[in-house]
Design a protein around this ligand. Structure first.
Ligand code: WT7
Length: 653
């Protein structure tokens, strides 16, 4: 049985503010019908917004589960993202406004960005990188990350960015899997006032990677912690600034086929070997560009800030490719949100006049926990649109975001998508969609999302499995080196239906047709025959004024099948008491029903999260069921789960 119970009711609704709607990039809901009627035509029209050196004549070739988009067209992603702006009226417009954690700043106009991208493309030539070769990038959040990615695109090489917070072993595994020829790294990066020893990790990794021929090192920290002159290995390692000084500032873009690979990116994956998700050029860039323009309502004068790291797909699609394809001005920030103080993000918004702000629920819940006083210190009146991505956003977090950051005036776009989908799939269009806290609302024009049961029967209203029923331009094309796993993981959920994509999420749909993502299907609770999504119980907890964040898991129970264990983080200044515990349990009962009352509630200062900020419920399940902890290598902070385990065991006694 795959139906999921629907417990949480949320009826607050927000229409787009009138002036926003009047000036929005998309003003008429007619776009949905138009896209539905001729969806290939719709996507072709979007693709024509890019610059093609050879225009495509074919739109879609679909041999489930394999798609090709614009397959006889040729283009170069760096041309659409940089050259065409640098050539025209945006030449002196800021493309990237960057601030380092210590407070140093740098601005690159489109003309300057083109110069840098061409130079680094020339550097890649000089290192023997050819079309189709893989280049690994292991950098902090500095402009060189975007420059390196775009330079790879320019020469037709495949970039494989590895998040700078990953260890030497994780880096090694990803380099080996990709078979990369060149690694681009830095001496270090700044995080919470500390130096992350990137070059040292890179050295440890490269000692065990047979394919790396050269390591290019950006001088960022100048701290003697790896990355010193002494650590530069003769013949293999080269300083970025020395290569760039000699490199040619002109380098013609290599035309690639629309279906040539632009990049691979490894999904963190909570278990198993990381999957190298493969994205190609034409379709991916098309969907990035149009979703950025329509969902963020991007205008010429906007200062747009996506707080993700370029090491995640959000950074690829919504720091680099989507915004630059639109000629936007993008903020980029190197460090932590609470360094040196918990108001750093708001200080940056004020200083640079940020108008569009896109972040993750995990960050929003941290802001809630720290309190609104940090945002109140700053003038956030230039903000006009807020976005959320990465996890379901609990309705109370959504309301907090709207009130305290958005001043009750900014529309919120809750965007559902995945590394695999390349770009946003379900989201409001801020000028036309009525939003409701906690719902990502409806599929983007040209995207077909449905709720299905186990037999692929559509569920119109209620809870079930989310499916994408038609191909889309930004979809992954395969898993690097593992075609079979691609088919098995994403296109085998419904036997005999290789045309149906299964993202692995459960969802519900309400009477208005809005989608609510309920969490990963693997995390769904089964209490006395009721299948309950983690998001609903967690949202009921976060609905209580004392709670900033919650994670619930099922633990084996003799009678009920599963009982619910909840791990709860309180807002700052609130004490954990037995009375509060009882109150929270009752609150869940009143809010969504007695069936969902947690048997155990554990207060915790932090929750175990992946390095991209997602709650790792699998580990909480291990704790709740008294098992030895499974694989903890993808945890951001292993100390959190060790402490929780001790605490849980002392309660269980
Ligand atoms: C998974 C994908 C999308 C880029 C960042 C994460 C969850 C993502 C939402 C949202 C509810 C969301 C899903 C999805 N997710 N956005 N708006 N509402 N859940 O990329 O690491 O590939 O993770 O994140 O579970 O499947 P990713």
């Amino acid at each position: 049985m795959t139906d999921i119970d629907v417990l949480l009711e949320e009826h607050r609704k927000f229409k787009p503010p009138e002036t926003f709607a009047r000036n929005a990039n998309v003003r008429s809901a007619e776009i949905y019908e138009r896209a539905a009627k001729d969806y290939e035509g719709f996507w072709a029209e979007c693709a024509r917004e890019l610059e093609w050196s050879k225009p495509f004549t074919k739109v879609l070739e679909w041999a489930p589960p394999r798609s090709k988009w614009f397959a006889d067209g040729e283009l170069n992603a760096s041309v659409s993202c940089v050259d065409r702006h640098a050539r025209g009226e945006r030449a002196n417009k800021a493309a990237i406004i960057w601030e380092g954690e210590p407070g140093d700043t740098r601005t690159l106009t489109y003309a300057e960005l083109l110069d840098e991208v061409c130079r680094f493309a020339s550097v890649l030539d000089s290192l023997g990188v050819e079309k189709g070769d893989r280049v690994s990038i292991y950098l902090p959040m500095i402009p060189e990350a975007a420059i390196a990615m775009l330079a790879c695109a320019r020469v037709g090489a495949v970039h494989s960015v590895v998040f700078g917070g990953f260890s030497a072993e994780s880096l090694r595994d990803r380099i080996v899997d990709a078979g990369a020829k060149v690694l681009i790294t830095a001496d270090g990066g700044f995080r919470r006032g500390q130096v992350v020893p990137l070059k040292k990790n890179a050295d440890d990794a490269v000692a065990q990677t047979p394919t790396i021929e050269h390591v290019v090192v950006v001088r960022r920290t100048e701290k003697p912690i790896g990355g010193t002159e002494a650590s530069m290995k003769a013949g293999r390692d080269k300083w970025w600034h020395e290569l760039m000084a000699k490199a040619s500032p002109t380098r013609a873009p290599t035309a690639v086929n629309a279906e040539d690979i632009l990049f691979t990116l490894y999904t963190s994956g909570t278990t198993g070997k990381p999957k190298g998700i493969v994205h190609t050029t034409g379709g991916y860039l098309t969907q990035c560009a149009v979703t950025t323009r329509m969902i963020f309502d991007l205008k010429e004068s906007d200062v747009y800030w996506c707080t993700a790291d370029v090491g995640w797909v959000t950074g690829h699609s919504y720091i680099v490719y989507g915004p630059l394809a639109n000629g936007a001005t993008c903020m980029m920030y190197e460090g932590a949100p609470d360094w040196p103080e918990k108001d750093r993000f708001w200080a940056l918004c004020e200083k640079y006049g940020v108008t569009i702000f896109y972040t993750a629920p995990t960050a929003i819940r941290a802001f809630m926990k720290w309190g609104a006083q940090h945002a109140e210190k700053h003038d956030l009146s230039k903000l006009r649109l807020l976005g959320s991505v990465g996890e379901p956003i609990n309705p109370e977090a959504w309301m907090w975001y709207r009130e305290n950051i958005g001043g009750n005036r900014c529309p919120i776009v809750d965007t559902w998508w995945q590394t695999e989908t390349g770009a946003t799939m379900i989201s409001p269009l801020p000028g036309i969609t009525e939003t409701t806290p906690g719902s990502a609302t409806v599929a983007f024009p040209g995207i077909t999302a449905e709720l299905l049961d186990d037999n692929a029967k559509p569920i119109k209203v209620g809870g079930g499995l989310l499916a994408i029923t038609k191909p889309w331009p930004g979809m992954l094309r395969t898993i690097w080196g593992d075609d079979e796993r691609y088919v098995k993981t994403y296109f085998s959920k419904w036997p005999g239906r290789p045309d149906l994509y299964f993202p692995g999420d459960g969802a519900k749909r309400d009477e208005d047709g809005n989608f609510w993502i309920l969490g990963r299907v693997d995390d769904v609770l089964n209490v006395a025959g009721h299948r309950i999504g983690t998001m609903e119980v967690e949202s009921a907890l976060v609905d209580h004024h004392a709670v900033a964040e919650a994670a619930v898991v099922g633990k084996a129970h003799d009678l009920k099948g599963q009982a619910i264990a909840a791990f709860v983080t309180l807002r700052e200044g609130i004490n954990a008491t037995p009375e509060l515990l009882a109150e929270l349990r009752d609150h869940v009962g009143t809010k969504i029903g007695a069936i969902a009352k947690p048997d155990d509630i554990i207060f915790s200062a932090d929750l175990p999260k992946t390095r991209s900020g997602k709650i790792m419920r699998r580990l909480l399940r291990d704790i709740a069921e008294g098992r030895a902890l499974g694989d903890t290598t993808t945890l951001a902070d292993p100390a959190v789960v060790a402490a929780l385990k001790d605490q849980y065991e002392s309660i269980e006694g």
